[in-house]
Design a protein around this ligand. Structure first.
Ligand code: HEM
Length: 425
């Protein structure tokens, strides 16, 4: 697929703002995780974007009404695909804003902000400082035993059976059990949460998205009120009763924080896990490397993260300026193609090789700059514990013969991935 792709072949004539030159208008929906494929390295099609001859800024003007058309609120978006350009967009808070990012709630008329993601500096730092103690590496280290016991209990429930659907029965459940415990959400809400989240992020169906938004926000507001009246030791209660700069949070701040944690914490680790196991099952030498070298677990997790960038983030231009010869106008949207930046040959040696010992692995899977994923330490620890405890019980595994290994190289990734292994009698 990628060999036949040329700039000419992806040019489109869809509507776009007048200041965007026609020769920059392209459809990059295929590079944003919306097109499934069955490659061992599902991000390989994006390799095409690392060609140094490509213009530094393209403009994704996907077909109106198509999933790609949602970028830039239907107006399309500039696309940064080189490592150094992506790094600039993430870290240059003077030119680029997060306002409106991931604010699905606006679809149903809600006006509160997604906190901290949609807040720019300097206000952003007060929310980060408020939340950081609950997600810092030292705080997450204290959760080690609890995370490990969930991982061990779950792996042991199927290790002797010689088979599991690692995406549906494990990856989907393990991080969400930990997240719900951290927040204090009632365990029976598990399936309902995943159903709402699926409809919001992946259904591309306005009616379903709006109904799910209404459902989850009603639930979260009710839950906040419950914790207001009856505090406990979990995070939602601490947020509700916490203070920022000496004052209690407003109702909009409470729902903005709890809502965004809910959105960010549910299926990101799940998508990472299912792709990680798919890659190991299709490339068994990775299993051999990890089994024989547990000291590689930390760097291997970083390499899985680099080679599986499930999200490409967006920013908005704060004012008119010029960049790479293009006129950028206030309000223009920018998409940063992490699946290209994470494989930029100027930044990574042999970028398409999965190297579990790779050093100085500065990828964008958790973005960069002030909005660096708040849950990164938690996600890393969940993934490291998982690899350790899995290989201690299931040393080798493979895809169940006949199983479909098609993957969306994005957040929704792969719903089912049956694995099998030999069980000692
Ligand atoms: C492998 C798993 C994860 C991945 C790949 C991931 C990815 C990301 C990305 C790309 C962003 C930045 C988005 C942007 O700037 O546009 C982000 C931000 C964020 N993530 Fe994660 N995330 C993961 C796990 C988690 C978890 C488990 C939580 C919470 C429990 C979480 C909470 C957050 C929060 C609160 C932010 C906003 C940070 C800020 O704006 O300062 N994430 N994440």
């Amino acid at each position: 697929m990628s060999e036949t792709r040329t700039l000419e072949s992806i040019r489109v004539d869809y509507p776009a703002p007048a200041h965007v030159p026609k020769d920059r208008l392209v459809d990059l929906g295929w590079a944003m995780g919306q097109l499934p494929n069955d490659l061992v390295d599902p991000y390989l099609p994006c390799d095409w974007l690392t060609d140094p001859k490509l213009p530094r800024l393209l403009f994704n003007a996907a077909k109106p009404g198509s999933p790609g058309g949602i970028f830039g609120g239907g107006r399309g978006s500039w696309v940064a695909h080189r490592y150094e350009d992506i790094e600039r967009v993430y870290s240059d808070n003077e030119h680029f804003s997060n306002k409106g990012t991931a604010e699905f709630q606006a679809m149903i008329g809600e006006t509160f902000k997604s906190i901290p993601l949609a807040i720019d500096p300097p206000d952003h730092s007060k929310y980060r400082l408020f939340l950081m103690p609950h997600f810092s590496p030292s705080r997450v280290a204290k959760m080690d035993a609890q995370i490990r016991s969930v991982a061990v209990e779950m792996i042991e429930s199927f290790a002797k059976k010689g088979e599991v659907d690692v995406a549906w029965d494990f990856g989907r459940v393990y991080p969400v059990r930990i997240f719900m415990g951290l927040m204090g959400f009632p365990p029976p809400m598990f399936e309902q949460f995943l159903d709402w989240e699926w409809n919001i992020l992946h259904s591309y169906d306005t009616a379903k998205t709006m109904a799910a938004l209404r459902g989850v926000l009603d639930f979260l507001r009710g839950f906040i009120a419950e914790k207001q009246a009856d505090p406990d030791d979990h995070l939602v209660s601490k947020i509700v009763h916490g203070t920022i700069e000496g004052r209690h949070l407003t109702e909009d701040e409470k729902i903005g924080i709890v809502w965004f944690l809910w959105l960010g914490g549910l299926d990101t680790v799940a998508a990472t896990i299912s792709q990680m196991f798919r890659r190991m099952a299709l490339q068994p030498e990775i299993q051999t490397q990890l089994r024989g070298h547990p000291e590689l677990t930390n760097s291997a997790v970083e390499e899985f993260l680099r080679t599986q960038p499930i999200l490409s983030s967006a920013r908005t231009a704060k004012f008119d300026f010029e960049w790479h010869g293009m006129q950028i106008k206030e309000g223009d949207s920018f998409s940063c193609l992490n699946p290209a930046g994470n494989f930029d040959p100027d930044q990574f040696d042999n970028p398409r090789v999965f190297d579990p010992a790779r050093k100085a692995n500065r990828h964008f899977t958790f973005v960069g700059g002030v909005h660096l994923c708040l849950g990164a330490s938690l996600a890393r620890r969940e993934l490291r514990i998982l690899l350790d405890e899995w290989f201690a019980r299931i040393p080798t595994f493979r895809v169940k013969p006949g199983a479909d290994t098609t993957v969306f190289p994005g957040l929704m990734s792969i719903r089912n991935l049956p694995l099998v292994w030999d069980v000692a009698s």
